[in-house]
Every structure is written in C-alpha cells, then in structure tokens.
Design a protein around this ligand. Structure first.
Ligand code: DLL
Length: 433
C-alpha cells in the first residue's frame, strides 16, 4: 500500500486527538481576532481559553449555509484580501453563490491533500489523469488539477464537455485515470460503447468520481462499462473543495483527512452529536485553512462514521458514501426517499438504463411521485405489453424496497438530459418548492 504521508495517515487515535486539539486551540485563538468570529464566539459564551482539547469543539457554535449567505461575499474571510490568491464559488440553486477564498498556503495544503487522495486511489506520478471536472468557479477542476500536479502525474486539463474529444484524447494519450462526476463518466461510457473508440487503445485503470451522490450499484455499472476501479471522492467548497475525504483501494468508506478537519455527525433535527456508527448530518471544522476557515459547518450531507482501522493500514476515520443531502430528501406521503435509493433499485433490477428522473407533484393534498426511467433501444421497440409488464414489475419492486408507491414512466432512449457535471435528478412541481 502506498501512502503520501504515512505518519499522519496511520497515526494512533491518541496522536490524532492531540494533533487535532493543538490545531483547534490555535484556530480558535486566531479566529478570536477576526471580528465576525469574536462576535459569534461571544454570543455562545466561549473564549479561546475554554478550548483545551479536540473534544471541546462541542462548545463552539455551528456555521450554516445561511451564515455564508448573510456575509456574502467575503464577510467570513479570516485574512486581509491581499493575502487571498484564489476565490471559488458554489452555485446555489437560488440567488447568490457561496464564495470561498484561499491563501497561497491554502492552495498548497489543498494540492497536497488532493495528491494524498489520488495516491489512496492507487495513482502515482506515472499516471495520466484526464480531468473532466469543470474548470472555473467550481472547485472540482482546479482542485483535482493541482492535486495531480502535486503528485507528479501528467494532468490533461479537459474540463467537462466535448465528449468526442475526450474520447479521442483518452485513446491518443493513453489516459490511465479519469476524474469527473459519476454522471459524466456514465455518459462518456455510453458514447464510447456506441462506437467511436478502439477499446485496445483505452488504458483507463481508475476513475475518481464525486461531487454528487451515487450508489454502489452505479459504481459496479461504471466499473464494468469502463473496466476500471471506481473510487469515490468527497468534498465541498465551504470546507475545501474535493479532497476532504476519499476512498482507498479497499473501497470500504472514504478516509477523512482528519489532520486537517475535525468531523462530527449530528442529529439534523436537534443538532446533538451522535455516536460513531450512527447515521446523521456531517459537520466539519477546518483546522489549518487560513483564508476561509469553517467552524462546525453543517453540510446537510448524510453519512455514518467508522473508526476501526482499514485494511489498507490507514487509521483515518472512514465515512460511508453520502447517499444524499437533507435538502435532496423527498418526503412522499411520509416516507423519506433519496434519489440514490431509486438508482440502486433500478440498477439492481437491471432491465432499464441507469438514467432516471424523479418528478414530484401535488395532486390535491397528496404528493405524487413519478419515476421516469429510460429503457434501451431494443426494449423500446418491443411490444407494448412487454413495456407495460416492465412498468408493473418495477412499480412493485419500488414499493417493496422503498416502501412508497410511485408511478413508473418508461421513456425513450436518450430522452433524459445527460449531464457533463452534476446530474439533476429531481423535478419538483409542488407549489413553494
Ligand atoms: O462538489 C467538490 C467536489 C468536486 C467533490 C469534485 C468531489 C469531486 P460543491 O460544488 O460545493 O463541491 O458541492 C458539495 O456535493 O455537500 C455533497 O452534497 C455533494 N458531494 C460532493 N462529493 C460527493 C460524493 C464539490 N462523493 C456537495 N458523494 C456536497 C455524494 C457528494 N455527494
């Protein structure tokens, strides 16, 4: 097994606790000098002296997306603007984006953490990384780019889109690693299989996919279609960008880079911390970031933590794959549904394409869920009765697995829009949504 920084990646819990405690104390001391934070800490009645260990984090106030909106664009930056060398932003669904900044040191730390992740995924300086995450304000493109360079790999800065060219260069350059959203990886695979690539020339070994929820079933699908190992990478702009956590080759949860982040899982309703092994909302505190540190940032992402040592030898805590965000969760007649659960059902069912859309409407006082699913060419030209039968069987499968009755609408091949970045899975037509 290869590590970029073996010492930290395999630290004992005690060592890690000590390191986190020291870094947390230094962070709080530093933030107490920033007017925004001093005010917030005072409101909660905490002084730097109250933070003596990593456990004392529970005395600190939470930060929410609303706090970032209220201080748009740089009210929460902790250094003068002249020390900020880069800004990124995440596109909110409505209104102004969330804006984050990085100092020179932050950029180095980020590159280093991304290199660590790529090494976990099995890459080295010998790899040719085709980076199809979008370049720009989105953190995916540049985050992966700097990481690949820090690792010493060869990076092909494709950005998202231009699929024919992606496939051409993938063959000509002998790309060994593909980085993009799982949705785009699926779209590219579809185009590759539709003709246009000489599979002899495809040298891909690993895909590092993230930026949106995807199921384990989708992982298998991508691994088969590309003949690769598909690795899950997680992160968010507010906390860093990609590189907060990544799977190793054991593919058994994502290692969180705990020397730079303290992670907690809380009950999203009450805000109370939950014990390891329980499912809840991920909360991150960045320990080393200079320009835009975050204190107990509520991600709205749902996961579970496991502290046992991984087979790879790493002791860094593992988070289970994020199945969805609290704000992506649909409540259909009282039942909680995440798009990724529907995805698993469809893929395990195996008779449709893995392209789907959840359409929610209010009929009278009831919420109505329709699942649009694409079928293959051959299926679509099949007899109507065959399709009706498929609809019926899928409907009963969804009912038995998810516990909700949904209408299944089989749609023509290629009729659900493909995405080159993050997929849009939900069309919510309910009033006020
Ligand atoms: O998506 C950063 C990133 C880029 C991660 C490239 C991985 C690869 P944002 O645009 O701020 O940042 O979106 C962050 O995306 O809170 C999650 O809801 C979701 N997300 C990110 N990675 C995963 C993943 C980037 N592996 C939001 N699984 C997060 C599930 C993910 N959801």
């Amino acid at each position: 097994m290869m590590y970029l920084e073996k010492e930290v990646e395999t630290m004992t819990r005690e060592q890690l606790n000590t390191l986190q405690g020291e870094r947390l104390q230094a962070l709080v001391k530093r933030l107490y000098e920033v007017p925004y934070y001093r005010e917030k800490f005072k409101e909660k009645g905490v002084k730097p002296g109250d933070i003596k260990s990593a456990e004392d984090i529970k005395h600190l106030p939470f930060t929410t997306k609303q706090d970032l909106r209220d201080t748009y664009p740089h009210g929460m930056f902790a250094v003068p603007m002249e020390d900020v060398v880069r800004m990124h932003a995440s596109s909110g669904t409505t209104g102004k984006p969330v804006v984050v900044g990085y100092t020179k040191n932050d950029i180095n730390t980020w590159g280093n953490l991304m290199a660590r992740c790529m090494m976990m995924a099995g890459l080295s300086k010998k790899d040719i990384v085709q980076n199809a995450y979008g370049y720009g304000l989105f953190t995916g493109g540049l985050g992966v780019h700097y990481g690949a360079e820090a690792l010493g790999a060869t990076v092909v800065p494709m950005s998202g889109g231009n699929t024919a060219k992606q496939l051409m260069l993938m063959q000509d350059f002998g790309t060994t690693a593909l980085t993009c959203t799982p949705t785009y990886a699926l779209y590219m695979a579809e185009e590759a299989h539709a003709g246009g690539v000489d599979w002899e020339k495809i040298k891909l070994k690993v895909g590092i996919f993230g930026a949106e929820p995807w199921s384990n079933a989708m992982r298998k699908e991508l691994e088969e279609r590309w003949n690769i190992t598909a690795i899950d990478i997680y992160g968010l702009s507010e906390v860093l960008g990609p590189g907060v956590a990544c799977e190793c080759q054991c593919q058994n949860g994502l290692h969180i880079n705990e020397d730079h982040f303290i992670v907690e899982v809380i009950d999203p309703e009450t805000g109370e911390p939950l014990p390891d092994g329980e499912k809840g909302e991920l909360v991150f505190t960045s320990l080393t970031k200079e320009a835009f540190p975050v204190v107990r940032y509520r991600t709205r992402d749902i996961s579970v933590l496991h502290k046992e040592q991984c087979q790879c030898g790493r002791t860094l805590v593992r988070m289970e794959r994020v199945t969805g965000r609290t704000d992506d969760m649909l409540i259909i007649r009282g039942v909680n549904v995440f798009p990724s659960q529907v995805e698993s059902v469809l893929l395990e069912f195996g008779e449709t394409e893995p392209h789907y859309l959840l359409v929610v409407e209010r009929k009278g006082t009831m919420d109505d869920l329709e699942i649009w699913v694409e079928v293959s060419d051959s299926m679509f030209s099949d007899k109507v009765r065959g399709l009706e039968d498929l609809e019926k069987r899928l409907r009963s499968r969804v009912l038995s697995v998810l516990g909700i009755s949904a209408k299944i609408k089989l749609v023509e091949p290629k009729s659900i829009p493909r995405s080159e970045g993050k997929a849009k899975r939900i069309v919510d037509k309910r009033p006020n949504s």
